[in-house]
Design a protein. Sequence first.
Length: 111
Amino acid sequence: MLIQIILLVAIAIITVLLTRSTAGARHQAVRRLLLAGFVVLAVLSVLFPSWLTVLARFLGVGRGADLLLYALVIAFLSSLATTYRTTSLLNRRITVYLSRGVRTSENLARR
C-alpha cells in the first residue's frame, strides 16, 4: 500500500513537470493528451498490477514486468529522438543569431 502511494505521488510530480512546456499550441495539446493517457495507465498499473500481467499475456508477453520494460525502452527512445530534434533546432537558431550578429558588427566596423 505504501509503494502505491509513493508511485502515485511520483506520477503526479512528473505530470506537473511535463505540462510546463513552451512548445507550440498544437504540439503542446498532443503532448498533454499523451500525458493524460500515460497518467491513466500509470495509475491503473499501480493500483491494479495484475491487469498489467493480463494485458501482457493478451499481447503475447510473458509477464507484466516485461511489458513494462518494453514500454520504457520505447519511451526512452522517443525521448532521445525528441531531445535530438530540440537540440538540432536550438543549434540552428543559435547559428542564425550569431551569424546575424557577426554581419551586423562587420557592417558597423565598415562605417
